[in-house]
Design a protein around this ligand. Structure first.
Ligand code: AHM
Ligand code: MG
Length: 349
């Protein structure tokens, strides 16, 4: 006879991961990598919450009142994320949105998995204590990808190997997720079998399962775009946006919501339905968001929730990243990645 569930029973993220391992959905290494990511997110959550107090906001390189070097929160978060992954001993290559090239974790520690991440996305919101988030994706090693490299002379053989391994289409993702630092800290994850959300319980310091197998509503009524770029959009997109606001006598106009923090805007879209997008414009030819660190992981999640991630023409997960996306300087990256035009487009019409 199955044991009756106690009302005090909670499912923690750690417990859930172990269950997935027992069921053979993930292996022991991936379980460790995922739990080290959740540890990084807990640390970043606490840094974000205390940012104003501990003087962490502000420009990198500025000097704080104690005369110490002040580091910007996204730089600190990058260190936290990298350290957690390195010390897990189960990560082979890490690629961060904050760094120029993916790096191999030292031999003595390293494992197999390849982790791509944006440690603290939505940086323009940090100083105002508005929602931010971390985004991650995990791949298996894959050196089949032949990279036609102009950078061959600039990158060492080891750097080349890392770039090649990171250069995989989103379809190869084994796991992806994000952690949102908002009125609650919410960790959302998919391991290819639906989307699960865990909320950080500040009393226990544990992520606790709060939503199982999330499905995005079929028809949403919210659009989420930076309309300040309207003038720079092409005519087709302008018309599309105009129609959302003025659908004619038979329809109701969409409502606008835009935080400017992908994780927050995405999370709301996941729960309420609608459409989020960062389209290309005459200034940013490929939009602003990066294929590897932002678009591919979010597309995997939205598809697992029954939605759609597209660049306006193609399924995001089918797009093969170019070497520039895996190894790019900060300036290149801004215009480099894929874009999320029509991302999670769920219109029923
Ligand atoms: P960031 O990596 O500098 O934080 O930029 C990414 C962010 C996304 O979170 C967000 O969707 C977008 O940039 C907002 O851009 P904008 O301020 O142009 O609307
Ligand atoms: Mg970012």
């Amino acid at each position: 006879k199955p044991r009756a569930k106690s009302k005090f029973e909670i499912q923690t993220l750690t417990g859930w991961l172990l269950k997935q391992e027992q069921a053979g959905v993930i292996d022991a290494e991936l379980t460790i990598v995922l739990s080290s990511i959740s540890m990084a997110c807990k640390q970043i959550a606490s840094l974000v919450q205390r940012a104003g107090i501990s003087n962490l906001t502000g420009i990198q390189g500025a000097v704080n009142v104690q005369g110490e070097d002040q580091k910007k929160l996204d730089v600190v978060s990058n260190e936290v994320f990298s350290n957690c992954l390195r010390s897990s001993g189960r990560t082979g290559i890490i690629a961060s949105e904050e760094e120029d090239v993916p790096v191999a974790v030292e031999e003595s520690y390293s494992g197999n998995y390849i982790v791509v991440f944006d440690p603290l996305d939505g940086s323009s919101n940090i100083d105002a204590a508005v929602s931010t988030g971390s985004i991650f994706g995990i791949y298996s090693p894959n050196d089949e990808c032949i990279v036609d490299s102009d950078n061959e002379d600039e990158l060492s053989a080891e750097e080349q190997r890392c770039v090649v391994n990171v250069c995989q289409p989103g379809d190869n993702l084994l796991a992806a997720g994000y952690c949102m630092y908002s009125s609650s800290v919410i960790f959302v994850i998919t391991i290819g079998k639906g989307v699960y959300a865990f909320t950080l319980d500040p009393m226990y310091g544990e992520f606790v399962l709060t939503q199982e197998d999330i499905k995005i509503p079929k028809a949403g009524k919210i659009y989420s775009f930076n309309e300040g770029n309207y003038k720079m959009w092409d005519d087709k997109l302008k018309k599309y946006m105009d129609d959302l606001k003025d659908p004619g006598p038979s329809g109701k106009p969409y409502s606008a919501r835009y935080i400017g923090s992908l994780v927050g805007d995405f999370h709301r879209t996941l729960l309420y339905g609608g459409i989020y997008g960062y389209p290309r414009d005459s200034k940013s030819k490929n939009g602003k968001l990066r294929l590897l660190y932002e678009c591919a992981p979010m597309s995997f999640i939205v598809e697992q929730a029954g939605g759609k991630g597209s660049d306006g023409h193609n399924r995001i997960l089918d797009i093969q990243p170019t070497e520039e996306e895996a190894a790019a300087t900060a300036e290149e990256r801004i215009s480099g990645g894929g874009n999320l035009r029509n991302f999670c487009d769920l219109r029923s019409k």
